[in-house]
Design a protein around this ligand. Sequence first.
Ligand SMILES: [Zn+2]
Length: 296
Amino acid sequence: MVYIRKRHWVTYNSEKCKMYLRNDFQFECAYCGMKERDNVIGEGLFEKDHFVSRQSDVAWNLDSYGNMVYSCCKCNGTKSDQNIEIILDPCKDDIYGGQHPHIRRLGAENHYKLYGVTPQGQQFIDDLKLNSRFYRKMRQTQAQNEEIRREIYQLLDKSSDFQPSGIDRKIEAYLENGTLIDERSDEFRCGTSKAGEDVYRVLEKLKERDIKYELLFADDDLDVRVEYCGNIYDCEIRVTDYAGTEKRGPIVKREKKKTWLKTGNVCGVLYYYKEQDIMDLYIYPNEERTEIVKLG
Ligand SMILES: [Zn+2]
């Protein structure tokens, strides 16, 4: 599996960093494949990892988004405790999937162990201790959950008047635990970080105002596509606490405006003034000019 990191202006310390990482890494740990949906704590168990460690002596900015990996706290911990550089890059190498995977996942008959197809694959397993009891148990749970999910979807397909009370008890328990998560839903994609909750709040405000939108999380921090009065806008969502009477618009770097202009779409900032419950759209027809569209 090769993950694709979108181009983002955020860095390690930015509020939105984790939200973008989750989406780019498909809500799973890029090292061991643990999924948010397979544990009760979900996103809370996952962290932003520096692929090339901060201790490393390289010239480029290690806090840049291009060096960030979405990782479970277990893998991140192992990695930093030992201060090791990981031999396979989840954004460049086919680790578990793709054309020539370095690692094969074995099934129940082999106690959910991983098998290194290549020497690099084996080193990756050893460095991150991926055949320890913790990870084998995690993969077992994952396999069981997959099986239950399949059963549930089959039942949902078969019967339109689906009654959870009428089905197998383990499925019922599964539903009660709330783990039948739809990873495509806006709420899940926004997540539980402060930045994610802010973005989701703006989506709810758009819904309230009957404004059509689609969540993008595209390159260059363009979070959402909004359709308003027959026009389409690609926007970065920002929320401000500013409570004064004279409104100040958002500050956008010239370089960012340039990348937005190159997309050929009308791009800007959807700025939500929390205190006043006002949404203004700041768009940039060129690097110098700003236009404001009032969304109410
Ligand atoms: Zn992991």
